[in-house]
Design a binder for this molecule. Structure first.
Ligand code: MG
Length: 157
């Protein structure tokens, strides 16, 4: 078995029309995040954890922000591509756990949808949790949203 850890941070956009996507779910009436893709920090952290557990490098190596193919790419595409790499390397996902750090918006109502969306793509239960930064630092001042993830992989026998 192999454990992997991922972290991702994105700045809050000043563009009022930018959508906020977290855990592959659109969060309505919230400022979006700046990024080359859809800037879904939760799903990106999960991808990095998956790649890390399989010793396959990081999300920037496989899906570089210089690649026009991934401009505004939905995080679902990145997650599916990441899972293909992990499976091709001979692993299956046993468990995954994500924590989103967001001062605003309150995400509690969206947790079940995130869990359901992510679990359906990953093929096992993906836990999603959220916390605030207690008003401290840049995350606490709503300058960005961060996420961390851990996963456990098992090598196919
Ligand atoms: Mg990212």
């Amino acid at each position: 078995m192999r454990i992997g850890h991922g972290i991702d941070v994105h700045r809050v956009s000043h563009e009022v029309t930018r959508e906020l996507w977290l855990g592959m779910v659109l969060i309505p009436e919230a400022r979006g995040l700046v990024g080359h893709s859809d800037a879904d920090a939760a799903t990106h952290a999960l991808c990095d954890a998956l790649l890390g557990a399989a010793n396959l490098g990081d999300i920037g190596r496989h899906f570089p922000d210089t690649d026009p193919e991934f401009a505004d790419a939905p995080s679902r595409r990145l997650l599916e591509a990441t899972l293909e790499l992990v499976r091709a390397a001979g692993y299956r996902v046993l468990s995954a756990d994500i924590t989103i750090i967001a001062e605003r918006p309150r995400l509690a109502d969206f947790m079940p949808a995130m869990c359901s969306e992510l679990s359906s793509v990953v093929g096992t239960v993906v836990s999603v949790k959220a916390t605030t930064a207690e008003g401290l630092g840049s995350l606490g001042h709503v300058e960005g949203i961060a996420a961390t993830a851990v996963v456990l992989l098992e090598e196919n026998s």
